[in-house]
Design a protein around this ligand. Structure first.
Ligand code: FAD
Length: 344
């Protein structure tokens, strides 16, 4: 870094403040936006600048509700863009509006959730603005000069690297749901709203939304926000034995998931993969059966309050970070646990 840092170009010196681009789908703010506001608050306070949220959509009532929530989760200011063409997310319209607001009000830092929508939007906004984007960060920090230190796993998760966007503004980063803690909500906290006219003309928008078809996958997992997660790994030996994970999860009212090789083997769907290239979870209780605890798995579960590991190998890496380790055959222990909890 010392070798590469140059003087920030003059026209970027006016860029100030920390922003979060809020994700709203079907009228609801995604929790990751509040998690980002919590982190953004810390960055803004350290730098002595303002924290702002950008809300975009068509429905005034849900935009106003989103603004209230953003204030209560720490925003000082909300940039509000309302337009019929923003009814549904489209990369084209959202990229245009967000880049226009950025170019007008010039934030130093712009954060988005690393959701399907956030990933889509962040990439095109960074490209349009010709600035740097660090995706899937696990940690954010700021120095006295306003440089964002965005840390993320690299080399297949075996190293953590800290990336700086030195000579461009805004500095952009995405963070996955549940990587950051949910901040406390301060009821009644308010701030100022800045209305922004998106100046969109529907006829000019190439992408048209013809219809929304409900996701037919009724088994859709909500792992990131589950209170209890039971997961299995290759140690279970077969897809049939993986049923034991599902049975325990059902008795506990938990979500179930697994390590990456289980997706590759077709034992579970990809939305149930836990880890660096899967879901990050923060449950109160995580039970991992037959999972070795590779670093790529570990980074997705470290935020759990209590980790219980079941593994036949007393030297398995998972025992280094589990709160409770049980050296046992999971194929025998899981049904015993299921029976014991079912009997309670
Ligand atoms: P193994 O490593 O084979 O471990 C099986 C464990 O089960 C062993 O510890 C063994 O002692 C134990 N065992 C055996 N029999 C029993 C039994 N009867 N009862 C109890 N325990 C038993 N992995 C992820 O999970 N998520 C990711 O997101 C992810 N992303 C990756 C991204 C990259 C770029 C790369 C390179 C890898 C990624 N991986 C990911 C893979 C990761 O490196 C490991 O290979 C994987 O997590 C191992 O899965 P496992 O623990 O199920 O299997």
């Amino acid at each position: 870094r010392a070798n590469t840092k140059k003087e920030l170009p003059e026209h970027f010196k006016a860029y100030k403040h920390v922003w979060v681009a809020v994700e709203i789908e079907h009228g609801q703010v995604h929790s990751v936006s509040f998690e980002l506001l919590g982190e953004g608050r810390k960055l803004a306070d350290k730098r002595g600048v303002e924290l702002a949220a950008v809300v975009m959509g068509d429905d005034r009532a849900s935009l106003d509700a989103a603004a209230v929530a953003c204030f209560e989760y720490g925003a000082d200011c909300v940039y509000l863009a309302q337009d019929p063409a923003l009814k549904h997310y489209r990369n084209e319209t959202s990229t245009k509006v967000l880049t226009d607001i950025v170019n007008t009000y010039q934030p130093e830092i712009l954060l988005l959730g690393a959701t399907n929508l956030g990933r889509d939007l962040a990439g095109s906004v960074a490209t349009t603005l010709q600035t740097g984007l660090t995706a899937d960060c696990t940690e954010l920090a700021i120095d006295d000069e306003g440089s964002l230190a965005a840390t993320r796993p690299t080399f297949g998760g075996s190293l953590l690297c800290t990336i700086f966007t030195l000579n461009y503004r805004p500095q952009m980063a995405t963070v996955r749901p549940r990587v950051l803690a949910m901040p406390d909500r301060e009821e009644g906290r308010t701030g100022r709203i800045v209305e922004f006219d998106p100046k969109l003309v529907e006829d000019d928008v190439i992408t048209k939304v013809l219809d929304f078809i409900a996701d037919r996958d009724t088994d859709k997992a909500n792992l990131p926000y589950a209170d209890i997660v039971v997961a299995g790994g290759l140690g279970l030996g077969s897809a049939e034995n993986f049923q034991l994970v599902k049975e325990l999860a059902e008795v506990l009212g938990a979500e179930y998931g697994g390590s990456r090789p289980l997706v590759q083997k077709g034992w579970i769907t990809s939305d149930r993969q836990i880890g660096q290239t899967g879901k990050t979870i923060r449950p109160k209780l995580y039970i991992a059966a037959g999972i070795s605890g590779a670093i790529q798995h570990r980074v997705g579960v470290e935020g759990a309050d209590v980790i219980v590991a079941i593994n036949t190998d007393p030297n398995a890496p998972i025992f280094e970070f589990a709160h409770l380790g049980i050296v046992a055959d999971a194929v025998t222990l899981l049904p015993a646990l299921t029976d014991a909890f079912a009997a309670r």
